[in-house]
Design a protein around this ligand. Structure first.
Ligand SMILES: *Cc1c(COP(=O)(O)O)cnc(C)c1O
Length: 396
């Protein structure tokens, strides 16, 4: 087999072998429906409650503030829609940012069609939310602020405590999409003044299709899914027991390894960033230099198409991601890269590399060398680049 280097850990991660092993018995052996009465089902019920406790502890929350969902998108939808519908008598104004995940942005756009008003706050050139603009956007009828913890494309970490404080001072509910942060950064919901939080297992070496919402006790929200009485009447549907067990185990491992793992990733990330910025000209680093996820690097290379770069990296066994949404059939560049002020043509030439613990310095060396060659080759075929170089020579 040729080389295979997976650098798309913001999209999803491999399930940790211990996580996989922890899930196995709940498929074939302890398959009871946790809502049933007999003692066989108690085994499944206990496994769920143990996982809930693990997750609550990681967040500094109480066990009964954790609700299992089908993943990050569901948690985002639930938090935002239910808050909106529960509080619509109080007001119809919601505040979010321009760089949210589509699970938040498209939910807000849906609510706009339902008569709500949404303010989309700007970020600066590094992707940090403009706090002054946030404060100014608050109105008498603002019912919800939803701002992501860390951005999935450029890795920027938002000033969550400050945002939480502002929300609290104005008695406005605060939700954060923490899907990229959970398991990668320390989070304490009290310390950060968070009322609702979304997390998803598959971004921290857990299984896909399972996530949770943290919902502060006392905040009264209706369910998103109606049906059975599972999750204290707030999320109907038979529990995904193996998924929940895997999420609990992934959280346990992530909590235990976080400090060392993120330190290792940060060193590797900085090595990658330094080499790319030094060795490939006309390149921009997207996202904040230090206030960024330990495993995220995002670059824009002028005069090239991100899509071509990805295809050529794939031929070298490298899995990466770009800043355009071409894969989803649209040619629009990423809303995040536009929000940090990149012109369309530069946003198009973007590359996101997201690392993990199993990546070595040798892997990074290989990736840098290949990226360098591919960028050079693509530029050599670009008439824009040719003109640019000609102009530069004339100026000299
Ligand atoms: C991946 C991701 C989601 C969606 O989570 P799923 O579990 O895949 O539905 C939401 N928000 C952010 C920031 C993400 O990175």
């Amino acid at each position: 087999m040729g080389k295979f280097i997976y650098l798309d850990n913001a999209a999803t991660t491999a399930v940790h072998l211990d996580v996989y092993k922890s899930m196995e018995p709940y498929f074939t052996e302890f398959y009871g429906n946790p809502s049933s009465i007999y003692s066989f089902a108690a085994k499944s019920k206990k496994a769920i409650e143990d996982a809930r406790h693990e997750i609550a502890s990681f967040l500094g929350a109480k066990d009964n503030e954790i609700y299992f969902t089908g993943g990050g998108s569901e948690s985002d939808n639930w938090a935002i829609k239910s808050a909106a519908f529960a509080l619509k008598e109080k007001g119809k104004h919601i505040i979010t940012s321009k760089i949210e995940h589509h699970a938040v942005l498209h939910t807000c756009q849906y609510l706009e069609k339902e008569g709500f008003e949404v303010s989309y706050i700007d970020v600066d050139e590094n992707g940090i939310l403009k706090l002054e603009e946030l404060k100014q956007a608050i109105r008498e009828d603002t019912i919800l602020i939803t701002i992501m913890f860390a951005n999935n494309e450029i890795g920027t970490i938002e000033p969550i405590r400050e945002i939480g404080k502002i929300a609290e001072e104005h008695k406005i509910l605060f939700h954060t999409d923490a899907v990229q942060a959970y398991g990668h950064l320390p989070i304490n919901v009290d310390d950060l003044h968070i009322d609702m939080l979304s997390a998803s297992a598959h971004k921290l070496n857990g299984p896909k299709g399972i996530g949770c919402m943290y919902l502060r006790n006392g905040v009264k929200l209706g369910p998103l899914l109606h049906g059975g009485a599972q999750e204290r009447n707030r999320r109907a549907g038979t529990h995904n027991v193996p998924g929940i067990v895997g999420f609990g185990e992934a959280t346990k491992i992530a909590a235990k390894t976080m400090e060392k793992r993120t330190e290792y990733e940060r060193e590797l990330r900085d090595y990658l960033i330094d080499r790319v910025m030094k060795e490939i000209p006309y390149t921009r680093l997207n996202g904040h230099r230090t206030k960024r996820l330990s495993n995220n690097a995002n670059f824009s290379f002028r005069f090239i198409e991100g899509e071509s770069l990805l295809i050529m990296l794939d031929q070298k066994g490298i899995c990466a991601s770009s800043g355009s949404a071409c894969t989803s059939g649209s040619l629009d560049p990423s809303h995040v890269l536009l929000a940090i002020g990149l012109p369309h043509e530069i946003a198009h030439g973007s590359l996101r590399l997201t690392l993990a613990e199993n990546i070595t310095k040798q892997d990074i060396d290989y990736v840098v060398e290949e990226t360098k060659k591919i960028v050079e080759r693509l530029r050599s075929m670009s008439p824009l680049y040719e003109d640019f170089i000609k102009e530069q020579k004339e100026e000299v």
